[in-house]
Write a protein that binds this ligand. Structure first.
Ligand code: GGG
Length: 351
């Protein structure tokens, strides 16, 4: 009898409702093949829940998920609710409650996925984004609302613990890959937090003799993602910079539709959360055309985290082969629907 896992599944909003079932179907097919079982706990939380209760999550929602082995999320955000309400009502509380301080966001050019990169340039980058502090902070306020001298103030929080642990994780990952680590900074313009980030990153990476650390201003780094992607391997970045750089890397790889992400509590004291990088895409929601690759791949990252690396490899090989044979959704220039693509992956998994 194989291992058994309990996973909370929150499809959430918009295309999250379409791509999450694709991911759970693939994981179920793998469970049969690799002899493990998943108990899915369906959570109908998100914007509809907000409209009926005034909350994105129930009052005890975090408590309900505390004993899960993992959480699988689709997307959050809808057109009639402010984005800060949806994000701070669901995703950010989960990341913080479960101390998911690493947001791991791999992006790579894939066979069959047209990339806007010039010539035969390739990209294979992992952005390690700090996930619980930095620029995503509730400290600040709006003052003198509606008056000509109105102002808004937003503090960023960087702690020695926070910067050192994300950098340590990234340096370890770099050790397992090429040994090259780039740290995204902006210490020429942001004169308190970013020099602190640089200093703590330098001290931390000194613990890893096999890793070379290169500090790059985030604006120049953004250009480098596009112009010289093969000069990058592991990138460590603050919460905001990591969010932006990983979306850029995904676009350069071909589409936000192929970018997965893991929100990790590496110590495994709490559940980790797996999600596509993309949002709810209300413009295409309900049309059946969303690309399910990011969600399916996030399911694979979840399986790797749960201790099923062979199943994760099988899954990556299956969706990779479906892409390579030319089955593509609209964002990649194809005509396949979400279901067509998912069925093609499932057919491979059930062979
Ligand atoms: N897939 C989850 C989702 O909807 N993400 C959209 C988003 O705005 N995320 C912001 C973030 O990751 O901080």
């Amino acid at each position: 009898m194989g291992a058994s896992y309990t996973v909370d599944v929150i499809p959430g909003d918009g295309i999250g409702q379409e791509v999450t079932p694709a991911a759970t179907a693939c994981v179920d097919a793998l469970a049969e093949r690799h002899d493990f079982t998943i108990e899915w706990r369906d959570r109908d939380w998100g914007s509809d829940h907000y409209r009926s209760t005034g909350r994105m999550l129930p009052v005890d929602g975090l408590e309900q998920m505390a004993d899960a082995d993992a959480i699988l999320l689709g997307a959050v955000g809808d057109v009639d609710i402010p984005d800060d309400v949806t994000l701070w009502g669901l995703l950010i509380p989960i990341r913080r409650e479960f101390d998911q301080y690493i947001n791991l966001r791999p992006s790579r050019t894939l066979p069959g996925v047209p990339s806007p990169l010039a010539g035969d340039k390739k990209l294979d980058v992992v952005v390690v984004r700090e996930n619980v502090e930095g620029e995503y902070s509730e400290i600040g306020g709006r003052f003198r609302r509606g008056q000509p001298d109105e102002l808004a103030l937003q503090e960023a929080i960087f702690t020695r613990k926070g910067v050192s642990r994300v950098t340590r994780f990234a340096a370890q990952l770099a050790t397992e890959r090429s040994g090259r680590l780039v740290s995204a900074t902006k210490s020429n313009g942001i004169i308190h937090t970013m020099p602190f980030w640089d200093e703590v990153a330098r001290e931390t990476v000194a613990e890893f003799p096999g890793v070379t650390l290169e500090k790059v201003l985030v604006d120049a780094l953004a250009a480098r993602v596009v112009l010289a992607p093969d000069s990058l391997d592991v990138v460590v970045a603050s919460n905001l910079f990591g969010d932006i750089l990983s979306d850029l890397a995904a676009a350069v790889a071909g589409s936000l539709g192929v970018a997965p992400s893991a929100n990790l509590n590496p110590e495994r004291e709490h559940p980790s959360l797996f999600e596509p990088v993309h949002g709810s895409a209300p413009d295409i929601a309900g049309k059946g055309v969303a690309n399910p690759v990011a969600a399916i791949w996030a399911g694979g990252m979840m399986l790797r985290h749960l201790g099923q690396p062979e199943a994760a490899d099988t899954l990556e090989a299956a969706f990779g082969a479906v892409l390579a044979e030319g089955t593509r959704t609209r964002d990649l220039g194809g005509t396949a629907s979400t279901t067509d693509f998912t069925d093609a992956v499932l057919a491979r998994l059930r062979k």
